[in-house]
Design a protein around this ligand. Sequence first.
Ligand SMILES: [Zn+2]
Length: 66
Amino acid sequence: MAESRFAKPKSIGNKFIRIKCRDCGNEQVTYTKISSVVVCHICNATLARPTGGTLDLAADIVGDQQ
Ligand SMILES: [Zn+2]
């Protein structure tokens, strides 16, 4: 399985972040520790997956969500 689109963000801590779907440009909020896969609300692309620690991201981080 080629899963190279996923990458673990570095030194991100535990917080809410805004991520942007690379397929459709939709932005949505997720937490950096998740227990289930995060999918894009618009196009259903997989944006993040749980790893037991910091999530694996297949989306771009736009910023923090306060
Ligand atoms: Zn999308």
